[in-house]
Design a protein around this ligand. Structure first.
Ligand code: PMP
Length: 296
């Protein structure tokens, strides 16, 4: 059988959450032809709903499908289906600050296949569930353990895509780590058994001095969308002005001798400027405790 990557998926429909029917000889149950995605919808102050870079999840699914010899919905079909599902479940999106709606798209070989081969039919579905904030009060450190007897991925394997089997293969190491009181396992590369790769369900970053580093994407770690976004945010150089009138005012560009230099990344507002602005105005407006005794 050939692998198809075309988006010849027929238009789906909304259904109540419930069990689905699957052939015992389906590709997903027998040969692990399954991919998933995970993203979140947040409610804004004004009640409307925001998705974060859903087209990135869509394109990761398209790439994963190619690796797993499956056809996939197009980026447009994926994003449209996510929006439709979220809108139909609007009331389950928690209020601001109270969590988010976790969105789980699944793509699987649902057709029957007896001998090892790509399934003849595929199903794409999305389910959602409200989730609380990961950290209830502020950030809390997690404790990781390196388990060198276990590896998450090998070069040429499927570690770089979000296929279901990757998660089955970490359960044993994760359970062992949890039983010993650790939060999760930090995996090393399987070739040299010494380079950091990632955790079971997240990418890892190191900060040393002014340098932020993270393992490169070489097929053995998942190209996280948060990872990519953090790299972009961290790269942006910032310039800001301060004053009673402007408080903290981010500078989007400076033109010097006719040459325009941009700052603060794409939006023009860097994270540091944003944070400093919030810290100071919260203090000035009495929204945070004035530990320094600056307000009278
Ligand atoms: N690595 C693994 C193995 C993951 O399962 C996830 C969660 N999808 C991530 C990293 C982080 O990816 P993202 O930022 O896209 O959620």
């Amino acid at each position: 059988s050939k692998c198809s990557t075309g988006g010849n998926f027929s238009k789906g429909e909304l259904q109540r959450y419930g069990n689905i029917e699957l052939s015992p000889s389906s590709g997903v149950l027998n040969y692990g032809q399954g991919l998933f995605e995970g993203l979140k919808a947040y409610r804004k102050e004004n009640g409307s709903i925001l998705l974060f870079r859903p087209e990135e999840n869509a394109s990761r699914m398209v790439q994963g499908a190619e690796r797993m010899c499956m056809p996939s919905p197009t980026i447009e079909q994926f994003v449209e289906a996510v929006k439709l599902t979220v809108m139909a479940n609007k009331r389950w999106v928690p209020p601001v600050g109270k969590g988010s709606l976790y969105i789980r798209p699944l793509l699987m070989g649902s057709g029957a296949v007896l001998g090892l081969a790509p399934a003849p039919e595929y199903t794409f579905l999305i389910y959602v569930s409200p989730v609380g904030n990961y950290f209830k009060e502020g950030l809390a450190p997690i404790n990781l353990v390196v388990e060198n007897d276990f590896h998450r991925a090998t070069p040429g394997g499927t570690g770089g895509v979000k296929t279901i089997g990757n998660y089955a293969s970490v359960l044993k190491a994760q359970s062992a780590a949890k039983a010993k009181g650790y939060s999760d396992v930090l995996y090393l590369d399987s070739t040299h058994k010494k380079y950091l790769e990632e955790v079971s369900s997240c990418n890892v970053f190191l900060v040393k001095g002014k340098t932020i580093s993270t393992p490169a994407i070489k097929g053995t770690i998942l190209p996280g969308i948060t990872r990519k976004s953090i790299i972009d945010v961290a790269r942006s150089q910032e310039v800001f002005c301060t004053g009673t009138a402007v408080v903290v005012s981010p500078v989007g560009s400076i033109t010097y001798l006719g040459k325009r230099i941009s700052y603060g990344g794409e939006s023009g507002v860097g994270v540091v400027s944003q944070q400093l602005y919030s810290s100071l105005t919260n203090l000035q407006m009495g929204l945070t405790e004035d530990k320094l005794g600056w307000t009278v």
